[in-house]
Structures are given as structure tokens and as C-alpha cells.
Design a protein around this ligand. Structure first.
Ligand SMILES: C[S@@+](CC[C@H](N)C(=O)[O-])C[C@H]1O[C@@H](n2cnc3c(N)ncnc32)[C@H](O)[C@@H]1O
Ligand code: SF4
Ligand code: SF4
Length: 316
């Protein structure tokens, strides 16, 4: 039997085309963040279930070809726990992005994006992500070669708890050697009891206004755009999400690949897993997709680089 014949085939996810996908390459993580959607009870997330490197590379290539996937987001768990695999898998797609907690250093992936998560200044980040994590991530960001061709951004997941630190966070990271900072907002479960969600979205509007003010102060550093942030406001947000995700473009155009039972991929309700409260969803990408679609730019490259040219090169 050939090596290829021994590799299992991916789960059948139908015939839909998905320009975008995300993959949880591992359910293992060295941190235990309070807001994390991956480890919620209703999601496929057992750490014992894994797929070996050769099988994952094979299945990702098969799914790319079947579903027309152009851009892939590598996450977990912590994807850098499987760094060798991720560095190979990144090359399968014209546009790849890695979302990492930054505690294993920042990978070098020229031509691709690395998003490093930090959830506020040290005094707010560390109670969420762990003692000393802010300093460790800062050190890793400064230690990398800024001319290696990798686009490195920070991402803050804004919750009711860390929102007070927005301005201090920007003051701190404004002169870091990074391409920019992105803000996304907490995605709760239905009947969320963590205290991290805003019970009334009108309260979240005040935080959105502060992000908009920061965008005016740091126009080049903050990558979130004002029209998209306006679309997240309480009077119109439901138009981009629906009560149960029925208006959500992210749900239609992105294939979420979670590591499920027996080490096979599983597709949950959406990128944020199962049992999500769409009416209070704060995922920036959802609203940005709606904004781009309204502009007639629905097929814009997700990570803003030259995906089409690279796709042609891969196809040659
Ligand atoms: C699930 S993590 C996986 C990758 C990596 N471990 C990390 O922390 O970057 C991906 C991103 O989702 C964000 N995130 C986790 N739970 C969230 C939630 N409930 N709502 C919005 N964003 C969330 C994290 O802060 C992180 O930026
Ligand atoms: S580091 Fe990432 S995957 Fe791990 S618990 Fe935190 S948000 Fe979740
Ligand atoms: S939780 Fe957000 S991303 Fe998921 S389907 Fe609902 S609106 Fe879309």
C-alpha cells in the first residue's frame, strides 16, 4: 500500500464552496483564557483527539481543492504547539494566517499573516491570559526580525472586563514593530453567565465609540475601520448577524474545521463553535464581511495580500 493510500480521507462536508476556512490544528493549549470559545462544553475539543501531520496535510489539500478554499486561518488551541506542521500547511494556501498566543515566539511565514493575541495592557491581559504573558509576548514581538516578510498584527478580544484598558493598551503598543492592531469583541453563548458580555448592546456601543475615537487617533495602526465598527452598533447589528446566524456572511463563506472525535475534522455551527448567541456576536469579521459585501467587494482578499496571484502560482 502506498503512503498516500494509508491516509484517511476528510469528512464529507457537502459540495458548498468556501473561499475561507479555519482549522484547529490542535485542541491542546498552554493557557486557559476565561473568554475562550474553543473549550466550551458544546464544542469538539477533546485534547486526546488528534490527526497526524501527514494526514492533516493531505486532508487540508483535499478540502482546499474540493471547496475552493483560498485563505486558511490556523488556530487551536495553540497552533504553535504543532509548529512544524503549521509551517508546512501554511504553504498549501495562497493566503494563510496563524493566530497565536505568542508564548512560543512569533513564527516566520513570509508573505503570510501572524495575528498575536493580547487582551489589554499587562494588568488586564495577565488576569485573562496568565501571569507574565504580556511581558513574554512583548519580548517575542521585539525579538523577531521585522524584515522577514511576515505581516504581524496584534488582536485584542474586547470584553466587558478588559474594555476599560483600551486606551492604555494602544498607548503601550503604538510604537511596537508591528503592522497594526485589530479589535474584535466577545462572542457569548446563549445565556452567557461569564459576565464578559454586555447584557444590553447599548452598553457595548459606548465601547465601540471609544474604539472609533482611537481609530481617529491612530489611523494607520488600528486596522478596524469606522464604517464596520458603526455596523456593530445596537440599532443595526442584527442586520449583519440575524438572531440565529441567518444573515451572517462569515457562516456562509468560511468552513470551520474543528478537531473532532477520533481525530477527524468536524464542522460546528460556525467559526465560534456551537451554542453561540448571534444576537450579541462581536466578531469583527462578521461585520467587515457585511461591510465589504455592501461595497460590492465581497470577494476581497481576506488578509489583504495578493491571494489571486499566489493561487495562480499554486495552480501551475
Ligand atoms: C481561540 S484563539 C486560538 C489561537 C491562540 N491560542 C490565541 O489565543 O491566539 C483565537 C482568537 O480568538 C479569541 N477569542 C477567544 N474566545 C473568544 C470569544 N469568546 N469571543 C471573541 N474572541 C475570542 C482569542 O482571544 C484569540 O485572539
Ligand atoms: S491561548 Fe487561545 S486557545 Fe488557548 S485558552 Fe487562550 S484564547 Fe483559547
Ligand atoms: S456567532 Fe457570530 S460568527 Fe457565529 S454564526 Fe452567529 S453571527 Fe455568525
Amino acid at each position: 500500500m502506498t503512503e498516500r493510500a494509508r491516509l484517511s480521507e476528510p469528512t464529507d462536508f457537502g459540495e458548498e464552496q468556501y473561499p475561507h476556512a479555519l482549522v484547529n490544528v490542535t485542541n491542546v493549549c498552554n493557557l486557559d483564557c476565561r473568554h475562550c470559545f474553543v473549550f466550551r462544553a458544546d464544542n469538539p475539543n477533546a485534547p486526546r483527539d488528534k490527526m497526524n501531520d501527514a494526514t492533516m496535510l493531505h486532508q487540508l489539500a483535499e478540502l482546499r481543492d474540493k471547496h475552493g478554499i483560498r485563505s486558511m486561518l490556523f488556530m487551536g488551541g495553540e497552533p504553535m504547539i504543532r509548529k512544524d506542521l503549521v509551517l508546512q500547511a501554511v504553504q498549501l494556501f495562497p493566503e494563510s494566517a496563524i493566530v497565536t498566543n505568542g508564548t512560543y515566539g512569533i513564527p516566520s511565514v513570509p508573505g503570510h499573516l501572524v495575528t498575536v493575541s493580547l487582551d489589554g495592557p499587562a494588568e488586564l491581559n495577565d488576569p485573562i491570559r496568565g501571569d507574565g504573558v504580556f511581558a513574554k509576548v512583548r519580548e517575542a514581538v521585539f525579538a523577531r526580525d521585522p524584515a522577514d516578510g511576515t505581516t504581524v498584527m496584534l488582536q485584542m478580544a474586547v470584553t466587558r472586563e478588559n474594555a476599560p484598558g483600551l486606551e492604555d493598551f494602544m498607548a503601550e503598543v503604538a510604537d511596537w514593530p508591528i503592522a497594526g492592531v485589530a479589535f474584535s469583541f466577545y462572542v457569548p453563548v446563549k445565556d452567557d453567565s461569564t459576565g464578559l458580555a454586555w447584557p444590553d448592546l447599548k452598553e457595548r456601543d459606548k465601547v465601540l465609540d471609544r474604539v472609533i475615537a482611537l481609530k481617529r487617533q491612530y489611523p494607520h495602526m488600528i486596522k478596524s475601520n469606522i464604517p464596520t465598527l458603526e455596523m456593530m452598533k445596537s440599532d443595526v447589528a442584527i442586520q449583519s448577524t440575524g438572531e440565529n446566524g441567518e444573515h451572517c456572511i462569515l457562516r456562509r463563506d468560511t468552513l470551520p474545521l474543528y478537531m473532532g472525535e477520533g481525530g477527524q475534522f468536524e464542522k460546528p455551527f460556525c467559526c465560534y463553535g456551537n451554542d453561540v448567541d448571534c444576537s450579541r456576536c462581536g466578531a469583527y469579521a462578521v461585520f467587515n464581511r457585511a461591510y465589504l459585501a455592501a461595497q460590492g467587494r465581497g470577494d476581497a482578499a481576506r488578509y489583504g495580500r495578493d491571494g489571486a496571484a499566489k493561487l495562480a502560482a499554486l495552480a501551475e
